[in-house]
Design a protein around this ligand. Structure first.
Ligand SMILES: [Mg+2]
Length: 365
């Protein structure tokens, strides 16, 4: 079996025009093709196209060898993720097995998800957020995440020093959402590293009564702040979760310094299926659970599900609310999400096929 072509698709998904979904298709001379997805980043399409040309003629079933050859040339892992996932999809289809089976089998038949973006379209006010949260739990979801840096101008100051009134409003909104969803459901908050150190410590303290599942990215991930993250984590009684734009070497440092209680690698950023699997294994040696980040397209969601099904230290997977209405139409069947869980499909590869006719309607140049 040989690779004949690597195609990219720039899809105007939920984040468009801020960012596209980055779909990758690896084609072979045996008529089997695989789909993957990468994180949208500057230069990603050019990089995938260049790497794609370099692997034409290679055997797609040598997934690890191809990954090593590409990454040792210095290609950043987020650029490789889409190709790597597509190679696993091909391997699964060729062997007629789902990817989870090739990784050692399922630890679970369904993957718990939390809803991100339940607040889309709401004003940043307690009653509006509470109402939106109720809509989502009424659909059967048992876990939610909200952004608390929010649309408040003072929270995006260059000083990372918001007004006290904004901090208090944020606490009021979290309190209202907690009240709306009750105490038996999970609630996480994402701070996107928007606050300075004293402010985030104050906010964490003020949010403590609301029994949060986690507080995400209390300090910026970039800029060598792992020790600051470790300090915040040691001071916080609420679990700290981080890592959506980290790869395995950076997770090593995060784990060694005990800078996060939960990690959230993203299959489209970390380097694909095997890197997510290996990162989870590394975290497991620190007794740290894995809650994969997932905010792009449905291929990434279904690829994540394959790994989430088979890692023992899986916690919960992100799932996007208020997505584009055609999200499920570009797959041959809708994402099997039911009352807060995604059923693990038993079809080969990533478990879904892409409907190219529908996909072609949503491409941008
Ligand atoms: Mg985040």
């Amino acid at each position: 079996m040989r690779i004949t072509e690597v195609k990219t698709y720039k899809v105007a998904g939920r984040g468009w025009p801020r960012y596209p979904w980055v779909f990758v298709e690896v084609c072979t001379d045996e008529g089997i093709s695989g789909f993957g997805e990468s994180t949208p980043r500057e230069g990603v399409f050019e990089a995938i196209s260049e790497v794609g040309k370099s692997i034409v003629g290679e055997d797609p079933l040598n997934v690890t060898l191809l990954f090593e050859k590409i990454s040792r040339r210095g290609v950043p892992l987020p650029f490789i993720s889409g190709i790597e996932i597509a190679l696993w999809d091909i391997l699964g289809k060729r062997l007629n097995e789902p990817i989870y089976q090739l990784l050692g089998g399922k630890c679970r038949d369904r993957v718990r998800v939390y809803v991100d973006g339940f607040f889309r379209g709401a004003e940043y006010r307690p009653e509006d957020y509470a109402r939106k949260a109720e809509e989502v739990v009424n659909e059967g979801f048992t876990a939610l995440k909200m952004d608390v840096d929010g649309p408040l101008p003072s929270m995006h100051r260059i000083s990372r020093q918001p007004d006290k009134s904004d901090i208090n409003l944020t606490v009021d909104i979290v309190a209202a959402v907690r009240k709306a969803i009750g105490h038996d459901r999970d609630l996480a908050v994402d701070t996107h590293g928007e606050f300075n150190l004293p402010t985030i410590i104050e906010l964490i303290r003020k949010l403590e009564p609301y029994d949060l599942m986690w507080i995400e990215d209390p300090v910026p991930l970039h800029g060598g702040n792992v020790k600051t993250m470790a300090k915040v984590t040691s001071l916080s009684r609420t679990p700290i979760c981080s890592g959506e734009t980290l790869t395995r070497p950076q997770f090593r440092e995060l784990l060694e310094l005990q800078a996060a209680d939960i990690i959230m690698p993203d299959v489209t950023y970390v380097g694909g299926i095997m890197e997510l699997f290996k990162t989870a294994a590394m975290a497991d040696t620190y007794h740290v659970p894995v809650a994969p980040h997932n905010m792009y397209g449905p291929i990434a969601t279904m690829a994540s599900v394959q790994v989430c099904a088979c890692i023992p230290n899986f916690m919960i997977l992100e799932f996007q609310w208020a997505d584009v209405p055609w999200r499920d139409k570009i797959l041959n069947e809708p994402i099997p999400v039911k009352r807060g869980y995604i059923e693990v499909p038993d079809k080969p590869g990533i478990g879904v096929e892409v409907n190219k006719e529908e996909l072609n309607k949503h491409l941008v140049a």
